[in-house]
Design a protein around this ligand. Structure first.
Ligand SMILES: [Zn+2]
Length: 260
């Protein structure tokens, strides 16, 4: 076990108890260290890495839209093509349909995308897959990655998150990580948010993008999970809808910790 410094213990305790007053409405798009440009004046690049088609949209769609509007350079990465998302057809056919739906959703969001080639339900963590995630992240060179919180009942969410964290360490910690939650209770567990983002203005468009995933019966699960999550975090910020993140704040990156 790593030794925990007193400073980090105090920081962790502060994050846990301070709630909405600490996290601020514009954790990502604000005017503090979360500005849209790097120290060299380049637009900050954000990768949103989701395990399945519809994960980036449902977990962080409002934040993606807000960051785009604020001038961030945002790209979505799909870890799999959703091969097991439509049980009535073959894996290949499901992947084909869900790839098309993902492209429609990204077009609706106005964001570019990349597909990795892990298989939905069979994702792997091995030497080849570690390297694959490293190559993508090195090539894209993001300032910030939004991805799955790793304590989750879906193995693809866990594996995606583990590969990102391993890459962060292997490539020299050059990007910050913020974790998002998926269908909390059913999938994400023990998710204690450190950062909330007011997405009220972007909510309708987020839902439109999510509903591009026509094969996924979004009208059943979105209101039952993510809408409630957005309303709950919205209550904490005294706004209508918000998305929640856990910041990985052990990060000694040159960008520092975003203070809000
Ligand atoms: Zn998923």
């Amino acid at each position: 076990m790593e030794k925990i410094s007193r400073r980090n213990m105090i920081k962790a305790a502060g994050a846990a108890v301070a709630g909405a007053s600490l996290i601020g409405v514009d954790a990502f798009a604000g005017q503090s260290a979360g500005t849209k440009t790097t120290q060299t004046g380049k637009r900050k690049k954000v990768l949103v890495i989701g395990a399945h088609p519809d994960d980036p949209e449902s977990c962080a769609g409002g934040t993606i839209l807000k960051m785009l509007a604020a001038g961030f350079d945002v790209k979505v990465v799909y870890f799999t093509h959703g091969e097991r998302g439509i049980t009535s057809v073959s894996l290949d056919e499901s992947a084909r349909i869900r790839t098309k739906e993902s492209i429609d959703a990204c077009n609706k969001l106005g964001v570019p995308y990349i597909f990795m080639n892990q298989i939905d339900g069979e994702s792997e963590i091995n030497a080849k897959r570690y390297l694959e995630m490293q190559e993508i992240i090195k090539a894209e060179h993001p300032d910030m990655v939004l991805t799955h919180w790793p304590i989750d009942s879906h193995r693809d969410h866990v594996n995606c998150s583990v590969l990102v964290l391993d890459t962060w360490r292997r490539v020299g910690n050059f990007f910050d990580i913020f974790y998002f939650e998926a269908m909390t209770g059913l999938q994400s567990k023990t998710f204690l948010a450190t950062d909330l983002v007011d997405i009220s203005e972007w909510h309708d468009k987020k839902v439109e993008a999510l509903y591009c995933h026509k094969s996924q019966d979004c009208e059943d699960w979105y209101p039952a999970y993510h809408l409630k999550m957005e309303e709950y975090y919205g209550l904490r910020l005294a706004v209508k809808y918000a998305e929640a993140f856990i910041r990985f704040d052990q990060n000694p990156s040159p960008h520092g910790i975003m203070e809000v």
